[in-house]
Write a protein that binds this ligand. Structure first.
Ligand code: FE2
Length: 246
């Protein structure tokens, strides 16, 4: 387990099955949430201990777990950041916005392409969002969907369904593009230091928070150098019914 990850699993959070990381005044709390069936997602809370404010990335399925983190950390939610429009990443956005007054951020491409709506919805118009005393960088990473983005703050990168520790998101349906996903994965590789900790929206084997160096060395989709090889690999027939979300 990554040492930073281990250090931040505090006693108050153990009961809600969370993992996280910590640097300076920013704490990342991973929140494992389940749809009630087999689907499991990871929502992430970024907590600024200095201001007692927080933002949440891709809140879904279990609002009680989100509320529990806010209560345990005694902080106010100021923003809800959405990597893309799929329901398993956005399910709680409106409810949390109503409850807290937080703004909901999504890329304008994603909103326009899929006619996404939510309470307090705010188009991302810049390369960053400022909230909870944090500057959160927005990286356009289309491919899984037309307007997918990743968010980075400090040495953390939140990748939604663009990049998993063990793989990458599927490209199926309106706006999806394996060509664009290939370019997005290359952009991540060339933009961020190898020590960057990767926090994806799903987990299949490895725990979130592995370094980009680790992902580059172990994720086959990050090792393919040509676009055509990537497309062949990515678009091959797979039995997705056997996928197990951890
Ligand atoms: Fe997705």
């Amino acid at each position: 387990m990554n040492p930073a990850f281990k250090n931040s699993v505090s006693s108050e959070s153990k009961t809600i099955n969370q993992l996280g990381a910590e640097k300076d005044s920013i704490v990342v709390q991973a929140i494992r949430v389940r749809s009630g069936k087999a689907l499991v997602n990871y929502s992430y809370m970024l907590i600024n201990r200095r201001t007692s404010e927080a933002v949440v990335i891709d809140p879904a399925w279990e609002i009680s777990k989100i509320r529990a983190v806010l209560k345990a950390r005694n902080c106010k939610l100021t923003a809800i950041l959405l990597t893309h429009h799929h329901r398993d990443h956005t399910d709680l956005a409106s409810e949390l916005a109503s409850e807290t007054g937080a703004l909901v951020y999504m890329s304008s491409m994603e909103i326009d392409t899929y006619s996404f709506t939510a309470k307090n919805l705010s188009e991302i118009r810049d390369s960053h969002v400022v909230s909870a005393g944090m500057r959160i960088n927005v990286i356009e990473t289309p491919g899984h969907t037309a307007g997918s983005v990743c968010f980075s703050v400090g040495g953390y990168l939140f990748t939604g369904d663009t990049l998993f520790i063990e793989g990458c998101g599927i490209c199926k349906g309106k706006g999806a593009s394996a060509d664009q996903l290939f370019e997005s994965l290359r952009l991540i590789q060339s933009t961020f230091p190898g020590s960057t900790q990767i926090f994806p929206g799903h987990r299949f084997r490895e725990a979130p928070g592995k370094s980009l160096d680790y992902v580059k060395a172990n994720n086959i989709y990050m090792k393919v150098n040509s676009r055509s090889d990537f497309k062949t690999l990515h678009m091959r027939k797979r039995d997705i019914s056997s996928i197990e979300y951890l």
